[in-house]
Structures are given as C-alpha cells and as structure tokens.
Design a protein around this ligand. Sequence first.
Ligand SMILES: NC(=O)c1ccc[n+]([C@@H]2O[C@H](COP(=O)([O-])OP(=O)(O)OC[C@H]3O[C@@H](n4cnc5c(N)ncnc54)[C@H](OP(=O)(O)O)[C@@H]3O)[C@@H](O)[C@H]2O)c1
Length: 299
Amino acid sequence: MATKNAKSTDNTEAAMVILVTGATGQVGRRFVPRLLQNTAPGDRVRVLVRDAARGERFAELGAEVVVGDLRDTDVLGKATAGADAVVNVAAAFRGVPDEEAVAVNRDAAVELGRAAVASGVRRFVQVSTGLVYGSGRGRPMVEGDETVPGGTMWGAYPQSKWEAEQALVAMDGLEDLRIGRLPFVYGDGDPHIADAMRWAPNWPAMQRLHMGHHADVAQGLQRLLYAPGASGVYNIADDAPVTTVEIFQLNGVPVPPEVYEKEVPDPWHSVMSTTRIRHELGYRPLFPSVWTARDAGAL
Ligand SMILES: NC(=O)c1ccc[n+]([C@@H]2O[C@H](COP(=O)([O-])OP(=O)(O)OC[C@H]3O[C@@H](n4cnc5c(N)ncnc54)[C@H](OP(=O)(O)O)[C@@H]3O)[C@@H](O)[C@H]2O)c1
C-alpha cells in the first residue's frame, strides 16, 4: 500500500492506489485497460462496478474490484479506503430519468468527493462534459468561460455535471482537483457514431460536433491523473470538429435534403479549445480527426 501524501526520496510521486468509477461504461471499459498498461511503477488500479460478473475482466487485467452502487455512501467509504487518487468516470445519462441523472452525476459525485476527503485521497479527477458550456460564444469554448448549461436535448445531464463540478471545486479538503471536459467520444467499437443517427437528421448540415477518440480521452485523463502541477478544468478533444454531413458520411447514410435547409443557430456549439491541455500537459491527439481514426481502422 502506498504511503499517503508522501514523496519518495528522488522527488517523484509516491505510488498510488487509483480508484476508477464507471469502469463498465463506454469510456471506462476502454480507459481502465489503457490505464493498467500505463500506470507509474507501483501504482494499483481499483475499479468500482455495480455487477460483480462485469468486474471479472478488470480483475483478470490486474485491477482490484469493489462492487456496489455509487449512491451508497458505505460503498463509497469502502471504495476510497486506502486510495490516493480517484478518477470519477461514472455518470447516468443514457436513457435515465432526470432524477437518476442528478442523483448519480451530482449527488453521488459530491458524496464521492466527501468520501475521498475522509479517506485521505490526495488527487481527484472528475470526468465532465463539454456540454456544460452551453451555446453562444461565437468562438471555441475555453476553460474559464462562464457556463450556460441547459437546453432540452440532453435533459438534466449538463446541469447535473456542472453542479457536480462546482460542488467539488468548493469542497474543503479536495485541494488537488482536476476536471476533464470530454467531447463526443467514439472509437474502439463504441456504437456512439451509429447512435448519432438518432439525432443527426434534426441537425443543420453545417452544425458541428467536436469529437475525441477513446485513445485520446484515455491519454487526456492519464495526463490529468499524473501531471504534478495540473489543476482545474481541461478540455479534451481532437483537432477537427465534424459537420452533420460528416456524421451521415461516417454512417454511410445519404444526407436528407431537409438537413441542408436548416439554419445553424450556433456554429460553435460543442467546439472546445484544447490549447490549455496541449500547452500545459503536452496532450497531442493520436487521432486528430475522426477520419484519421477511420483510415486507421480504429472506429
Ligand atoms: N461518451 C461520451 O461521448 C461522453 C461525452 C462527454 C462526457 N462524457 C462523460 O464521460 C463519462 C463516461 O461516460 P460513458 O459514455 O462511459 O457513459 P456510460 O457508457 O453510460 O457509462 C456510465 C458508467 O457509469 C456507471 N454508473 C452509472 N450509474 C451508476 C451508479 N449508480 N453506481 C455505480 N456506477 C454507475 C455505469 O455502470 P453500469 O455499467 O453498471 O451501468 C457505467 O460504468 C461520464 O462522466 C460522462 O459524463 C462522456
């Protein structure tokens, strides 16, 4: 077990026990194996899963597995005991009622923060979404922008993620907090691009979507987890937001003519600047555009 809050004699950080929530989700199931491949020497990874059977593959890869629900404070105490870092990937937003989104994305994230403080966890990485920015900047969103969550399309999800961010920022004892705001994540067999056909027909042809491949989301989260001086919010995304037309093209579906007739209310919606993470943490997307990933067979 790592000694808490200690530095080794060569001034590198002491080995960490890293708790990852949401390991069974689209992001987590691709992030955890990458993390296990790339941990610093001596680090250990612990995952929180709701279903023991679905935790087995992580145990086979070398992770410790804690079984339980994020809304159960006893589980949070157990999951954070002896941990040095938390990466809170878990969220409820795929087809859940608003109450559950708020309970998991805000309330449970805040309770997890409290449990982390109580357990002496020294670093907390909160996974959030670029949707917290809202619309109407006329330029890519930067981390210091005022947040304008809302809109009807995503329900309570952006607001609940934003409230979690705020509560964690304000939390006493959670000094080393890093927040990663993700774009539309795809790749490695994730059906997300195919799922986009549910809403793409309602979008204007020139509306853009900022994306990020799972490999690059994992890269960004690992940089947040490990960079010694990182602090606050970092956008994580690729270099080339796509248009609605490209979403159709990626799915091999003809673009309906009416898509070309719609006006774009905000051409910058979802588009995030990645300058901060590039300059401060050395992030460079392995897949700068979804087309690079397509050509590499990495969709
Ligand atoms: N995917 C994207 O495009 C995208 C974009 C922006 C931000 N994000 C952020 O990235 C993170 C991961 O998203 P995702 O796409 O991987 O979501 P997902 O596929 O829906 O996975 C959600 C994960 O959270 C877990 N979870 C949900 N409720 C829980 C609870 N009550 N107790 C314990 N675990 C619970 C789920 O466990 P079960 O498997 O048991 O349900 C699953 O592991 C989220 O924080 C999300 O806000 C994702």
